[in-house]
Design a protein around this ligand. Structure first.
Ligand SMILES: [Zn+2]
Length: 283
């Protein structure tokens, strides 16, 4: 069985943890690193013959259209991370609709492929904003991978289903991966947790997940996690800095381990969203 390799394409200064330090209006004045860092991932995936899903920010696509075309050219799935990296839970319906609609149209224009997948910034779907799926459906998305069924201070729906389910709007939600232990769901999907746990522990958890659940495991990472020398946000809180900078120098080696130890593909490939993507716009 294949597991889903997913990347949230955004720059280091666009993460939710720093949103009060770096205003969206200042993004254009910061030297970007996302293009170079995404290429590190593309090269690694090419080397290991792995196809992935790239949930790409509209802002990044507009600035680096060649990067978007390269993602498509190398056979990966192009998907959406919204336009401005604003938490869904911080937006009203009209603003969210514009954000996800604009991102989809922009990515499709540049990439020349149909975009059907969406991941909310910071897994910001909650119990109170279930209308997000109606909007995703209106805008032509077929699936979302935005729910983390865990207890966390910034995100998560602890009692959400742990595996894919169809929402009332028809959009399919594919939650991030967890392992039930000690009476709660332990997050094992990637990002900060992948940097926190020793590699052997991640490998054990993923192997156990696959053996017990017989479901595709969903992994996620950000391009900035491949960049140990990125500029430091010295004004951020100790907790945010710990979470953002922890073990950045170990990610490259650990990712090589993951690519070697498990089978990977894109969301579209694993869940069969390929029917209309890639072909429709190019024919
Ligand atoms: Zn993000």
């Amino acid at each position: 069985m294949k597991n889903a390799m997913t990347i949230d394409v955004e720059d280091y200064f666009q993460v939710s943890a720093f949103e009060n330090l770096v205003k969206r209006g200042d993004w254009d004045s910061i030297v970007p690193r996302v293009e170079k860092n995404t290429h590190l991932l593309l090269d690694k995936f090419a080397e290991h013959r792995v196809k992935a899903t790239f949930f790409t920010l509209g802002w990044v696509a507009e600035k680096f259209p060649d990067l978007v075309r390269e993602i498509v050219k190398q056979g990966h799935e192009l998907a959406s991370h919204g336009t401005h990296h604003q938490r869904a839970s911080d937006q009203d319906r009209a603003t969210f609709k514009r954000d996800v609609g604009d991102a989809k149209r922009l990515l499709e224009d540049i990439g020349g492929v149909k975009v059907v997948g969406y991941r909310a910034p910071s897994f910001s779907f909650t119990k109170d904003n279930e209308w997000v799926y109606d909007v995703l459906s209106e805008e032509g998305y077929k699936y979302s991978s935005s729910v983390y069924p865990v207890v966390h201070d910034h995100y998560g729906i602890p009692d959400a289903p742990r595996f894919q389910y169809t929402t009332k709007s028809g959009v399919i939600e594919i939650p991030l991966s967890t392992l039930p232990m000690f009476g709660r769901n332990i997050p094992i999907s990637g990002g900060g947790y992948f940097r926190l746990y020793p590699y052997l522990m991640s490998r054990w958890a993923i192997s156990k997940f696959i053996a017990v659940e017989r479901q595709p495991y969903i992994f996620y990472l950000h391009p900035w996690e491949m960049d140990p020398t990125q500029p430091r946000m010295t004004d951020a809180s100790l907790k945010s800095r710990f979470r953002h900078y922890l073990n950045l120098n170990k990610v490259d080696r650990r990712l090589t381990g993951l690519l070697h130890d498990f089978e990977w593909s894109s969301m579209a490939d694993i869940y069969g969203f390929n029917d209309n993507s890639n072909k429709e716009l190019s024919e």
